[in-house]
Design a protein around this ligand. Structure first.
Ligand code: ZN
Ligand code: ZN
Length: 180
């Protein structure tokens, strides 16, 4: 793990690639992924268990990870921090054969993100980044019942009611009053 604006999450899997199909590695991640993406405000370490399985032609990575993100409430526009859980399941395909050193052609169905490079290193960063974006709520709410802002004065109802709410009169009642 290097420090910097765009952290990587590199794991050398050379040893695991040499082992027979079904071989397993388990570990726990605890990574500072601050700066992973300019559009993400990462508030805590990315943590959780990680499992790597040697398959016939890949390394299958599964992980249950959690972190926290800084979001803006879609109703009251206040910033808040929300926990995010990521279920990662991704197959990483080697570029070269671990035993012969021969290049393995990359098929079109394999994503660029899920490649084990010539040094037998896989990088989880891009897969994690994509998983975070998928986990982001479309309409983040600071609390489930956030009442939002007054459309007239902009008061956050979290801070109490405003003056104008009491004076809103249903226009239909107003017409009725005139008729009477
Ligand atoms: Zn809110
Ligand atoms: Zn108001």
């Amino acid at each position: 793990m290097t420090q910097g604006k765009h952290p990587d999450m590199k794991i050398n899997v050379a040893q695991l690639l040499k082992e027979p199909t079904g071989a397993v590695r388990r570990g726990n991640l605890s990574e500072d992924i601050t700066g992973m993406d300019d559009d993400l405000e990462i508030k805590s370490l990315l943590t959780g268990p990680l499992k790597m399985i040697r398959t016939a032609d890949s390394i299958l990575v599964t992980a249950s990870l959690r972190t926290a993100l800084g979001l803006q409430c879609s109703r009251c526009l206040e910033p808040f921090s929300a926990p995010v859980e990521l279920e990662i399941e991704e197959e990483f395909y080697p570029r070269v054969d671990i035993h012969t050193g021969a290049k393995i052609p990359v098929t079109q169905t394999e994503e660029e993100a899920a490649i084990i490079d010539e040094q037998h290193v896989l990088d989880l960063a891009e897969v994690v980044r994509q998983a975070i974006f998928l986990a982001l709520p479309m309409h983040p709410l600071c609390t489930e019942d956030c009442a939002g802002l007054c459309s007239q004065c902009g008061q956050n109802f979290k801070d109490g009611p405003c003056e104008c709410t009491a004076e809103v009169v249903d226009p239909r009642l107003e017409i009725l009053k005139q008729l009477l």
